[in-house]
Ligand binder design. Structure first.
Ligand SMILES: Nc1ncnc2c1ncn2[C@@H]1O[C@H](COP(=O)(O)OP(=O)(O)OP(=O)(O)O)[C@@H](O)[C@H]1O
Length: 311
């Protein structure tokens, strides 16, 4: 790690541009996106489907698909250039300090390995743990993520656990190696509301306990308001607004953020009408140059006036 890491943000993304090639043509899927995540801070990256949240996360992890690439911009983790260090060095930086929690545990868990082994896979070798120590550590981590009777479940296979338990196992596996930065791709979307609240409380506890930074990607502003102290809002591949949660949620500057907020159900107003933002973010190929939310409003205002006229 860099000697100056104490003064640097944990993660600093600047001017990130990602291009995607579709049928031989390049499309700008992310344009000039910048944000930072500090230690012990949870930062929410928010936007509707198609806004580019997953691309942003995947570019940081080096997990872009073959037809997508970072065309410009930089990403520094503890001062180390994530994009310059491709190959082995990049893997080492990620392995040592960044972990990822996916939406779907099936992506991350091996169906034919016991959950306890999967939780300690990364750390047992690094720390030279004996089998007994690794098993005890797995039980400890399973308890930390709220799995009841972990000593009875540590030897289970993923299919023997419920969806909520599998999600917790995946989270335990992601944080067992004590990451400095946790990248979350909608990890609570598939969970029911009660488990979702527990998992968010867990992330918050880990943030404080491990002094870890969290980059939390979601379409759900309610989730972000629970967990995150700073927020960046993406629309059609561009950053429309960023700031503290109080600023962005309490006093949004941009129409798109206001529309997202208006479409977020509030738990303190039961029985309210469920509203959505008219239209969708168009596919990359259908976006004119400089496509903006104002263009979508213009397209849809006559048919679907309610939420848009309130902006
Ligand atoms: N490999 C790819 N090939 C073609 N188009 C892609 C590729 N990856 C992403 N896209 C397109 O880029 C845009 C942004 O995709 P991305 O998955 O980042 O959105 P998102 O905000 O994460 O949405 P969701 O919440 O639905 O996952 C979308 O229009 C998507 O269809």
């Amino acid at each position: 790690m860099n000697a100056a890491s104490e003064e640097q943000p944990l993660l600093k993304v600047e001017g990130l541009c990602v291009d995607v090639t579709i049928q031989g043509r390049d499309y700008a899927a992310l344009k000039d996106v910048s944000f930072t995540v500090q230690r012990a801070e949870a930062h929410g990256l928010v936007g509707e489907s198609g806004s580019g949240k997953s691309l942003a996360l995947r570019s940081l992890m080096g997990l872009l698909s073959a037809n997508a690439r970072v065309s410009s911009g930089s990403a520094y983790f503890n001062g180390a250039d994530l994009f310059a260090n491709s190959g082995r060095n990049f893997r080492r930086i990620r392995g040592a300090g960044i972990s990822m929690v996916f939406q779907e545990p099936a992506v991350a868990l091996n169906p034919i390995a016991r959950v306890g082994t999967q939780i300690t896979d990364g750390i047992a070798q690094r720390k030279g743990l004996s089998r007994k120590q690794a098993r005890d550590y797995a039980i400890h981590m399973m308890g930390l993520v709220g799995i009841p009777s972990p000593e009875l479940r540590v030897d289970a296979y993923p299919f023997q656990l419920s969806g909520g338990m599998r999600q917790r196992v995946m989270i335990a596996a992601s944080v067992a190696c004590e990451p400095e930065l946790i990248l979350c791709d909608e990890p609570t979307t598939a969970l029911d509301v009660t488990v979702q609240a527990q998992v968010l409380a867990l992330f918050d506890g880990l943030r404080a306990e491990l002094n870890a930074g969290i980059l939390y990607v979601t379409h759900d502003l309610a989730v972000v308001s629970e967990l995150c102290s700073t927020i960046s809002v993406l629309y059609a591949g561009r950053l429309v607004e960023s700031g503290t949660a109080a600023e962005v949620l309490g006093n949004p500057r941009e129409d798109y953020t206001r529309a997202l907020l208006a479409a977020t159900p509030r738990i303190d107003e039961p029985g309210q009408r469920l509203r959505s933002i008219p239209g969708t973010t168009p596919a990359l190929r259908d976006r004119p140059a400089g496509y903006s939310f104002a263009m979508r409003v213009a397209d849809h205002a006559p048919d679907s006036p309610s939420i848009l006229q309130e902006l």
